[in-house]
Design a binder for this molecule. Structure first.
Ligand SMILES: Cc1cc2nc3c(=O)[nH]c(=O)nc-3n(C[C@H](O)[C@H](O)[C@H](O)COP(=O)(O)OP(=O)(O)OC[C@H]3O[C@@H](n4cnc5c(N)ncnc54)[C@H](O)[C@@H]3O)c2cc1C
Ligand code: FES
Length: 344
């Protein structure tokens, strides 16, 4: 567990009898979740707007100006985002907590060492880190990484499952001129230290009797789906009732099916369905699979109707929203069967 190195403040939530302590370098969202409060959130990065709150008194500083999760109308009404607000004094806030967001595992900051990275495609690499404490999280959850020289944190989903050895695996797509991905892909050296703050997300593998599972990933959204399949692989019967749709841009962006070889019950030939969106293919590039947008492909390909199916979705917000629209509006899948993280 790492030191905060900053003063601690008392935060109270209007209408709650207990408050929580939040360090100046932590966010109000982080502090609340660490203390077990169900403050609503999704991206943890200022993108989605789920963590809006009102500051009744006290002072906070925002780590990201003009965050897209807050519209001008929200700002005029005095709303702020808990995931990018660091306290600068004791505060009282107004936010509606919801038990669904109460963490099953409260997030903890760990010092981590970079171990290695393994290319999965030309621009999607698996980065591996190690902590002295156990890596404790549910399949499908994400971590917030504090990287040297990068302003703010970046969220990355784990692709492995919890383990006593402190192994944390992330599958990360390089973003051209991206601040964090430039550090990860170009400047990390073996044994270099970073901070991993985890776990976050309610889009994790659900407990309960095994049912069929549909995982749908786009681009960088692969990692949490691999973690969910690995989590299923550990259950009785393994991942035999799961299917993975993976939307990639072109043939070079499709990960090799060998990645799934060690998942018990998962037969990639039958259960891994990559689809590419690049319709303007060079004839020399071999691709015999489906072409189109992943939400259009599942409209034709998916047989499950949703009554006993859990749907897990991750990737760029437009892709996740198109898939959700299809499932809810056209297939009438109940929203409590949909579990998703949008990668803002
Ligand atoms: C829940 C979630 C899970 C994700 N999982 C993965 C994954 O498994 N693999 C993967 O490749 N990508 C994932 N991402 C995307 C990832 O977090 C980064 O946005 C991406 O790697 C680009 O980062 P960059 O710094 O290189 O690019 P940049 O273009 O420099 O920054 C991109 C994004 O970083 C965020 N950001 C910028 N400044 C700040 C700040 N001060 N504080 C907080 N956030 C800021 C914003 O969301 C911005 O859009 C995930 C995103 C979210 C929200
Ligand atoms: S969780 Fe704060 S904006 Fe998404």
């Amino acid at each position: 567990m790492t030191d905060w190195g900053s003063p601690a403040f008392n935060i109270t939530i209007e209408g709650q009898d207990k408050g929580f302590i939040c360090h100046g370098s932590d966010t109000l969202l982080g502090g609340a979740l660490r203390a077990g409060f169900g403050v609503p959130y999704e991206c943890g990065a200022g993108g989605c707007g789920s963590c809006k709150f009102e500051l009744i008194h006290g002072e906070v500083e925002e780590s990201r100006g003009e965050a897209p999760g807050l519209r001008p109308a929200d700002r005029r009404k005095g709303k702020r985002l808990a995931c990018i607000s660091n306290p600068r004094s004791d505060c009282q806030i107004r936010v509606r907590c919801d038990p669904i967001y109460q963490p099953k595992i409260e997030p903890v900051r760990h010092d981590a060492k970079f171990v290695t990275c393994i290319p999965l495609t030309h621009d999607l690499w698996e980065f591996r880190f190690e902590t002295t404490e156990a890596a404790d999280f549910l399949p499908g959850q994400y971590a917030k990484l504090e990287l040297p020289g990068v302003h703010g944190t970046r969220s990355y989903s784990m692709s492995n499952i919890k383990n006593a050895e402190g192994q944390w695996h992330f599958q990360i797509k390089r973003v051209v001129e991206g601040e964090a991905t430039s550090v990860l892909f170009e400047r990390l050296t073996p044994s270099q230290c970073i901070v991993i703050d985890a776990p976050y997300s309610i889009a994790h593998l659900k407990e309960g009797p095994p049912c069929s599972t549909v995982c749908i990933a786009g681009g960088s959204g692969l990692a949490p789906m691999v973690s969910i399949l690995r989590g299923l692989g550990m259950l009785d019967g393994g991942a035999k009732n799961a299917v993975l749709y993976y939307g990639a841009r072109g043939p070079d962006d499709v990960v090799d099916s060998k990645l799934f070889a060690d998942i018990d019950g998962f037969d990639p030939k039958r259960q891994y369905r990559p689809v590419i969106s690049d319709t303007d293919l060079d004839p020399d590039r071999r691709w015999s699979g489906p072409v189109g947008m992943v939400h259009e492909f599942i409209a034709d390909d998916l047989s499950e109707d949703g009554d006993d199916t859990e749907f897990y979705i991750a990737g760029p917000p437009p892709m996740v929203d198109a898939v959700r629209r299809h499932l809810v509006l056209e297939r009438h899948v109940s929203v409590d069967r949909l579990h998703y993280d949008r990668f803002y």
